[in-house]
Design a binder for this molecule. Structure first.
Ligand code: Z5A
Length: 212
């Protein structure tokens, strides 16, 4: 693969949408060709599955069904969007990827990491993001921020204990893979959050031979 694969992760209210635009701008200013996508979603099939996963409050969805639908969407996303873009040399930023499955389904839904590992091996083989930015926040603060942005989806309706497990899940994966994860404290002002992101992006651009 010629391109660079970046993923952005974190709880609701961490400012992923806001900071995705900032990351894209930093990379484009440095001369990178950037493709932004998201999960679940990124393809027609993925967006249809996203609707089922997040917005169909009338359906019963077991934790395992949720995980399998997310990986079905991911398989399509990889084949149709991510792998072709990387092969063309693009910088791909995915708003969430497999770390969200470890955190939300593995930890939050308590399915455990083994189930996620099996699907990850099947769907991704050896493909991993080059860098995973984790916007870390106390769930109470995150949920307070997120509550200002509209009606909660099916997952956002979970209680604080669920999001505490999701956060611990993310942080323990970050400890396990310190080379790939860049953990950013998302609790201070946006300006301070973006100073941390800029530092990580500068280091990455240097490593990839692009001036900042
Ligand atoms: N999901 C899953 O379970 N398993 C998986 O494998 C995958 C996904 C891939 C998709 O959510 C859902 O899918 C997600 C997990 C699940 N579920 N939930 N719940 P999404 O990523 O599409 O949606 P989201 O998590 O709600 O993300 P978002 O829309 O990007 O929201 P955000 O991170 O909260 O970002 P924001 O809209 O930029 O910021 C929220 C508010 O905070 C907004 O008013 C900002 O102005 C404000 N903000 C941002 N930063 C700051 C700072 N620093 N200070 C003060 N205020 C701030």
């Amino acid at each position: 693969m010629e391109g660079v694969f970046l993923t952005l992760e974190g709880l609701e209210g961490t400012g992923k949408t806001t900071n995705l635009a900032f990351l894209t701008q930093l990379l484009e200013e440095a001369g990178a060709n950037v493709l932004v996508s998201r999960e679940p979603g990124g393809t027609q099939l993925g967006e249809a599955l996203r609707e089922l996963i997040l917005n169909r409050h009338d359906l019963q969805v077991s934790a395992m069904s949720e995980l399998l639908m997310i990986f079905a969407a991911r398989a399509q996303h990889l084949e149709q969007v991510i792998k072709p873009a990387l092969a063309e040399g693009l910088w791909v930023i995915s708003d969430r990827f497999t770390e969200a499955s470890y955190a939300y389904q593995g930890s939050g839904r308590e399915l455990g990491s083994a189930a996620v590992e099996v699907l990850e091996a099947l769907v991704q083989a050896h493909l991993q993001p080059d860098v995973t930015f984790l916007l870390d926040i106390d769930p109470e603060l995150g949920l307070r921020r997120a509550s200002a942005t509209g009606a909660p989806d099916r997952i956002e309706q979970e209680g604080l204990a669920f999001f505490e497990r999701v956060r611990s899940g993310y942080l323990s994966r970050a400890e396990q893979f310190p080379e790939r994860f860049k953990v950013v404290d998302a609790s201070p002002s946006l300006e301070q959050v973006q100073t941390q992101l800029r530092m990580h992006v500068s280091a990455l651009l240097n490593e990839k031979g692009l001036a900042t």
